[in-house]
Design a protein around this ligand. Structure first.
Ligand code: ADP
Ligand code: MG
Length: 138
């Protein structure tokens, strides 16, 4: 799917929100500035979130509760060793109740099992290509 601008990315996120259920893990791949955080912002808005959506680059995780649904947005760009994530008890976040979004999942090493959804974003100037793979049929 080709996304023309930031508004288009937010709209794609709102559509994606309709597919999400408790327990799902979504990986987001793509270079810096690809629009991973922008897409998550659209998804969170689609789930009913009203406030701001900060990039979790510095604190590694940003938690939300949206209509009683726990949601965690991770960004592991700055993680150098997956052990950092073990220390912060990252495994506990991934459970049947929460929905988790992970930017830079590669930096989590073997910590995570495969996602339910893998979203890859490629940059073509101001356009973005969105590739979505379903891993588990849940
Ligand atoms: P990432 O989380 O992948 O590093 P961000 O979502 O933080 O990326 O930033 C994406 C940036 O690219 C934003 O500044 C946004 O305005 C800009 N942008 C330009 N064109 C697009 C597009 N088609 N889709 C999404 N973002 C876009
Ligand atoms: Mg980001």
């Amino acid at each position: 799917m080709i996304i023309k601008d930031e508004q288009g990315m937010l709209a794609a996120g709102k559509q994606l929100a309709l597919k999400l259920k408790a327990g799902m893990i979504v990986f987001l791949e793509g270079d810096l500035g690809a629009g991973k955080t922008t897409l998550v912002r659209g998804i969170l808005q689609g789930l009913g979130h009203q406030g701001a959506v900060k990039s979790p680059t510095y604190n590694l995780v940003e938690p939300y509760i949206i209509n009683d649904q726990p949601v965690f947005h991770f960004d592991w760009y700055r993680v150098k060793d997956a052990e950092e994530l073990e220390y912060m008890g990252i495994r506990d976040y991934f459970n049947n109740e929460s929905i988790c979004f992970v930017e830079w999942p590669v930096n989590g090493g073997d910590l995570l099992t495969e996602p339910d959804l893998l979203i890859k974003i490629n940059i073509y100037g101001t356009e973005r290509e969105l590739l979505i793979s379903n891993y588990k049929d849940s």
